[in-house]
Design a protein around this ligand. Structure first.
Ligand code: AMP
Length: 191
């Protein structure tokens, strides 16, 4: 099963992608996590990414695309993957299409977690108090929502036209949202 998780910052993508990757026994590939690991290890990629992350901006497409291309070339993705937080721009959609075509693979579904933006800002401010993430200040939180609406929300339309978009209400308890996702997905035994 090859899945993408999309949704505004704070919608719970990471948590749900992790749940699903465990259930399906395929790797979760979170571009945000890979960037954060590189930042904490002080790699060149990390130094490049941090400048953008701290401002709530997207890391440039060529950097992000190259990183995902390398990750998807690893053999643990042969039977599937859950991509979390990628693609986020039209350019990234096109790159992913190319990577998958080269690998002879196709996406089974794109899960869109829908959550009201006021609710999200409240959640993120709460997370900011405990996470210590340097991109969790109120100004950056609001900016990340704007960037999402401008650059990433339009991608939902692209995947809807391809007939692979599954929209799930992301509001509520983690377990309830997880159940909704499983029920909505093709071929997970409950859908
Ligand atoms: P996330 O944990 O998915 O919210 O990602 C944290 C930050 O990493 C984002 O605000 C971006 O700065 C960067 N990032 C993660 N994924 C991408 C992507 N697909 N394209 C560009 N930047 C990304």
């Amino acid at each position: 099963m090859r899945l993408l998780f999309m949704g505004p910052p704070g919608a719970g993508k990471g948590t749900q992608a992790e749940m699903l990757s465990g259930k399906l026994d395929v790797p979760q590939i979170s571009t945000g996590d890979i960037f954060r690991t590189n930042v904490s290890q002080g790699t060149e990629l990390g130094r490049t990414a941090q400048r953008y992350m701290d401002e709530g901006e997207y890391v440039p497409d060529e950097v992000t695309n190259e990183m995902v291309r390398n990750r998807l070339a690893e053999s643990d993705t042969n039977l599937g993957f859950v991509l979390d937080g990628y693609p986020r721009t039209v350019d990234q959609v096109e790159t992913l299409d190319g990577i998958l075509a080269e690998l002879g693979q196709a996406l089974d579904a794109v899960v869109s977690l829908a959550v009201d933006s006021e609710e999200l800002i409240a959640r993120l401010l709460k997370r900011a108090r405990t996470s210590g993430r340097s991109d969790d200040t109120e100004e950056v939180i609001r900016h990340r929502q704007e960037v999402y609406l401008e650059q990433t929300a339009p991608l939902l339309e692209i995947y809807a036209e391809r007939g692979v978009l599954v929209t799930v209400d992301g509001l509520g308890e983690v377990d309830d949202v997880a159940e909704r996702i499983l029920a909505a997905l093709p071929g997970t035994g409950q859908g």
